[in-house]
Design a protein around this ligand. Sequence first.
Ligand code: ADP
Ligand code: MG
Length: 393
Amino acid sequence: MDKKSVRDLDVRGKRVLVRVDFNVPVKDGQVTDDTRIQRALPTIRYLLSEGARPILISHLGRPKGERDPKYAMDPVARRLGELLDVPVLKLDDAVGPEAEEKLNSWDGQGVVLLENSRFYPGETKNDTEFSKQLASLADLYVDDAFGAAHRAHATTVGVAELLPSAAGLLMEEEIDYLDGVLKNPERPFVAILGGAKVSDKLGVIKSLLDKADILLIGGAMCFTFFKAQGYEIGNSLVEEDYLDEAKQLMQEAGDKLVLPVDVVVAEKMEEDAESRTVPVDSIPANQMGLDIGPETVELFRGHITDARTIFWNGPMGVFEIDAFAKGTEGVAKAVAESGATSVIGGGDSVAAVRKLGLEDRMSHISTGGGASLEYVEGKELPGIAVLPNREGA
Ligand code: ADP
Ligand code: MG
């Protein structure tokens, strides 16, 4: 990573404002999935071990710039306290006189967690005044929220312009793995794309066609390609507006682009729907394609087994329903067994890998859905761009 790291800062005795991604699911006052909190722990522990005073801030949900008790950080503070085993002082504000007063009387033990940044309209507007108020709370700023780095908000960009700044350890890991894939992959580099929409991921497909040796396409997006080839696709999901683009991509890509050879079809996207496997040129008009078929899994497995580097985004089928989860499962197992450096991005792809209990078998699971896709597309993420480079980098 060319960016300055938290390890390059002299943090001892300093108040360090840390932007974390604690945007976790909460139900009945309980955090139901603490993955994002867990992933922020290395930076927090590092800061504590170096004698810093971490002041954490995150957004949670979409409270629209005003206080909404439903999105208060209290459940997060409780879970964080259990995981860290140090005191967590949770404030009911993110900025302002009361927050300042409480920080001034803080004994410096453990960590402070500020209130939800999106309780303030200045957050998403990247408002200068709000950024100044945040900056006044700390000596240094560390950004560990890769999942929010594609947004130019006050806690990701504004405050970074006002304080000496650096990337946190999770941010560093995300950048290092994604850069490893994009800039200098060990070959063969196999990219796997699936999920719902071609339009969402067109930029990603183009970028990966440039960089990867093989691009495997499954999920709903393959039907736009099949339709562009003139196949009957029945009631499968398709994006009519992208047929020309799909055709052009196939021409440019040649053998690099590998599409399914068989698909699992059913009349409805339902658990008890009767399903069967058909070749891709024989999809019945009253059926829809909901997963890649077993021959395709074998075809994809062959490429995956040869790979030294893998990037995967988007499930191969409707994995939420068991009858249509086998394609995603087969691909996930192949990736786990490949021995390649494997990077998984995208909310649903990560959920699928976790459901299969294979997350420990992947080299890196990105915490950023949208952010990881924009990064792969080659876009500059504002939250990363604003961080200073290391000296000499
Ligand atoms: P990610 O979050 O990993 O980027 P997406 O959000 O793009 O992935 O897509 C995930 C969704 O795509 C899942 O809800 C899955 O059910 C759906 N999906 C995958 N294959 C199909 C298909 N053949 N038909 C309809 N939906 C599909
Ligand atoms: Mg998704």
